[in-house]
Design a protein around this ligand. Structure first.
Ligand code: VOV
Length: 249
């Protein structure tokens, strides 16, 4: 049996994708619509104070394409808090018009592939920021997709020797690092939590960087041979004011 890789976990993550029921929204009186928009604005405002208290983080995004209209990303300290924030959202007046499109439950994960032998990665002062990411400081554009490492008879990631996995992840890390300052990644582990093994959340100032990076990684052995991907979502961050004008009909 090959040796499992040690991982360090941070905040729990809930990616909540929604589609707007425009027909229902348009059929309302302007007052009813306004009331619902204001309920969402107040909610978004309240979520931003999480970061000040270091209790979690939150981001709201508009999504391109027909798979979803909106994405709300929640980071929390515990799984219970993650469940509670879902319930809190469902109780908002506007929740009936924001139909669930997709969701993903995971936890921020750092693996020890590239840590120096004998070192304790927890002593790295940069670790807290990586395990407890502040979404308010991320670049505007977001890309999310879930993925697996392949477990087929010929190409089984989980049967590779640790040394081979380190070699492959080193090459992966080198490609990733050549995008430093252009793409920032948050890798969340989801084995036992959701249908895929990892969630990949990328941030960039220019969405074209997502395509460039993901394309380049497809040629790298760890992605070319071992990666399997779920649906891709791309969009950009909006504050409560932009969200309100976007919802206005
Ligand atoms: C900015 C881009 C970027 C950078 C710098 C980067 C670096 C790194 C490092 C250094 C490490 C290992 C240590 C750790 O920190 O965990 C990882 C780990 C991981 N990655 Fe990565 N990755 C990036 C980007 C990046 C992308 C675009 C993808 C999707 C792959 C693709 O083909 O679409 C990805 C996936 C992952 C995964 C699933 C893991 C965990 C694998 C496991 O088996 O445990 N990743 N990644």
């Amino acid at each position: 049996m090959s040796e499992p890789t040690q991982t360090i976990e941070g905040w729990y993550a809930y990616h909540d994708f929604r589609t707007v029921d425009w027909a229902s929204f348009k059929s309302m009186t302007p007052e009813m619509r306004q009331q619902r928009i204001e309920s969402l604005q107040a909610y978004v405002r309240s979520q931003h104070s999480l970061e000040d208290r270091e209790d979690g983080s939150f981001g709201s995004y508009l999504i391109a394409g027909h798979k979803a209209d909106l994405l709300f990303v929640h980071f929390r300290k515990t799984m219970e808090e993650l469940v509670a924030c879902k319930t809190e959202f469902e109780k908002l007046e506007i929740a009936d018009e924001l139909v669930p499109a997709y969701s993903y439950v995971s936890i921020v994960e750092l693996s020890s592939y590239l840590s120096k032998p004998g070192s304790d990665p927890r002593e790295d002062p940069r670790l807290k920021g990586r395990l407890e990411p502040k979404l308010s400081t991320e670049p505007k554009h977001i890309c999310f997709y879930p993925m697996n490492k392949r477990r087929s008879a010929d190409d089984n990631w989980y049967m590779l020797e640790k040394e081979k996995r380190i070699e492959l992840m080193t090459s992966h890390g080198m490609i990733g690092r050549s995008y430093a300052g252009r793409v920032h990644q948050i890798i969340t582990g989801s084995i036992g939590f959701d249908d895929w093994e990892w969630g990949v959340t990328l941030y960039a100032h220019d969405p074209l960087e997502f395509k460039k990076l993901i394309y380049e990684m497809r040629f790298d052995e760890v992605s070319a041979r071992y990666a399997e991907f779920g649906p891709f979502y791309v969009g950009h961050a909006v504050n409560e004011g932009e969200l309100a004008s976007w919802l206005n009909v």
